[in-house]
Ligand binder design. Structure first.
Ligand code: DQQ
Length: 539
């Protein structure tokens, strides 16, 4: 176990499960194998935090000790009932490897740590319905209220190659009525894991509790695509009366390859919850490793959890979500320095911040071409199929107006570096389009590591400057473009650019444009992440 900026390291952890806030503590449960650094023997790990940043491990919450979860206590979600009590629904892989849904609840609601969990004696509460494969029925969502006052949940599955989301209503979480219709389905997307379904406000920058509905509300469906390991989301309208959801734009429906993603890097099996304490919706994603399974076995752990992010609909575009690291991460900020630098075409300059392995960077950029300021417009809110970060060749390939940005986790000679950058193109229609990318191809001298170029289109509206934020923590690069409209998380493993030898550079690889960057860089403290002790009672 290591202690780094706000990231929980376990051995190995994967999907976030049942996050919730209760009696002063944030609770985080997670898929966890206590016996090896590879997937298997899955139990629910449990940790608590007062601030989402510093974490205390508690004893395992649930382990496979019943026939209906003998092969794993898999992913699930929490629901607060009207009286303030909590129910947890989770998938069990039975002694015969059938995926069923089970009910559990805290043994003692007066315990703020929710240490003990009771599995309902009538489990399983749901088995795969006719027509659904025994191994294609998993990951129940948090329940929301119907207009008739019942609770409703959705569960991911597939029929042939069509990814689907089944719907059930219940009043007591013990017996359920299945809807004949589906919440949603998309052909050729395969199994939908870890479906998430929640409302977002069309007008206000605030989170909504899961049962909120009305004219000012849109609904998000997120599904984790088992085939591609991508978390895709789509924005649409939910119809309470027939328990269905219709996407705003079917071209970018959930799971379609050009559909929106929470994150264009490593980010999977994510889950949101409504934080009633601060009135926000928080998104959590599992960030896996980019090296091999044998490397994980050797180091004895794998995977981290990302810094929790607030998530809202982008009220300016209405076409994408906006994600931002929770405000509490700022409590790890130490000293900072402000910079204002002009970089001409083809320039790389060191940024003197001292050791650069744990940083928070907030930057804005202006580009000038032929002495004319480049103006972005609303019409840039379309994708440009002519450019793609993934296939562009990375940050060394020069264009008229980009790439430019930061080379992070770099050594002095730049033999190792991970550039995080903007690339502005003129589309077929000669309108400007902006892309936000992270190039991990030169991030390490190590072999046995997958080193892609990640990224995507990022909407930039008229009058906006280009902005990015980067959170760095040794092997973790969490990048947020344009206030969090496009996000990229990567895992990189420098061999020379480590600890005190880690440097930060600003670069402009454009052929034709001068870039002015105004930015602030904070040194970041590590968070404490350790087992809970009795002294923490009054923490
Ligand atoms: N992980 C869990 C499943 C889920 C998958 C098993 C997604 O419930 O579908 O560990 O990573």
């Amino acid at each position: 176990m290591a202690s780094v900026n706000g990231n929980i390291l376990a051995s190995p952890s994967s999907d976030p499960n049942g996050p919730l806030f209760y009696k002063g503590w944030y609770h985080f449960f997670y898929q966890y194998n206590p016996n090896a650094a590879v997937w298997g023997d899955i139990v629910w790990g449990h940790a608590v935090s007062k601030d989402l940043i510093h974490w205390l491990y508690l004893p395992l919450a649930m382990v496979p000790d019943q026939w209906y979860d003998a092969n794993g206590v898999w992913t699930g979600s929490a629901t607060f009932l009207d009286d303030g009590s909590i129910v947890m629904l989770y998938t069990g892989s039975t002694d015969k490897f059938v995926q069923v849904q089970n009910l559990a609840y805290p043994e003692d609601l007066s315990d703020p740590l929710l240490l003990k969990w009771t599995k309902y004696s009538g489990n399983p509460v749901l088995v795969p319905p006719p027509g659904i494969g025994a191994k294609d029925f998993r990951d129940p969502t948090t329940a929301w209220k119907t207009s008739a006052g019942k609770w409703r949940i959705t569960i991911g599955s597939k029929i042939n190659r069509t990814g689907i989301s089944l719907v059930y209503d219940t009043t007591d979480f013990k017996t359920y009525e299945k809807h004949d219709t589906l919440l949603h389905q998309v052909p050729n997307t395969g199994m939908w894991e870890c479906v998430d379904f929640y409302p977002v406000s069309k007008t206000k920058v605030k989170g909504l509790d899961t049962s909120v509905n009305g004219p000012d509300v849109k609904h998000i469906i997120k599904a984790s695509m088992d085939d591609t390991r991508i978390d895709h989301y789509a924005i649409g309208t939910y119809y309470d009366s027939n328990a269905t959801w219709v996407p705003d734009n079917p071209i970018i429906d959930v799971g379609i390859s050009i559909a929106l993603r929470y994150d264009y890097g490593k980010f999977y099996a994510s889950k949101t919850f409504y934080d009633q304490h601060k009135g926000r919706r928080i998104l959590w994603g599992w960030i896996g490793e980019s090296d091999s399974e044998s490397a994980d076995v050797q180091k004895g752990w794998s995977s981290v959890q990302g810094i929790p992010r607030t998530v809202v609909l982008d009220t300016k575009t209405g076409k994408n979500l906006v994600q931002w690291p929770v405000k509490e991460i700022e409590s790890l900020r130490l000293t900072s320095k402000k910079f204002h630098m002009k970089v001409g075409p083809g320039t790389v300059v060191p940024v003197e911040v001292g050791p650069a392995a744990q940083l928070d960077i907030e930057a804005e950029f202006k580009i000038k071409k032929d002495n004319l300021e480049v103006i972005f417009g609303d019409d840039s809110v379309t994708d440009d199929k002519e450019f793609s970060c993934e296939t562009s060749g990375g940050s060394t390939v020069r264009g008229a107006l980009g790439p430019f940005g930061f080379s992070v986790l770099a050594d002095q000679s730049l033999s190792e570096q991970t550039p995080v950058y903007f690339y502005v193109t003129k589309g077929k229609d000669s309108k400007l389009k902006t892309f936000f990318c992270t190039d991990t191809s030169r991030s390490t001298k190590a072999n046995d590591v997958v080193k892609p170029v990640y990224g995507s289109f990022v909407p930039v509206l008229k009058g906006e400057k280009l902005t990015m934020r980067i959170l760095l923590d040794h092997s973790i690069v969490e990048a947020f473009g344009q206030g969090g409209r496009t996000c990229i998380t990567s895992r990189v493993y420098p061999t020379k650019a480590i600890y005190g030898a880690t440097k930060l550079f600003l670069f402009n690889n454009a052929i034709d444009a001068t870039v002015t960057a105004s930015f602030r860089v904070w040194q970041m403290n590590g968070a404490f992440i350790r087992p809970y002790s009795a002294d923490d009672v009054d923490a």
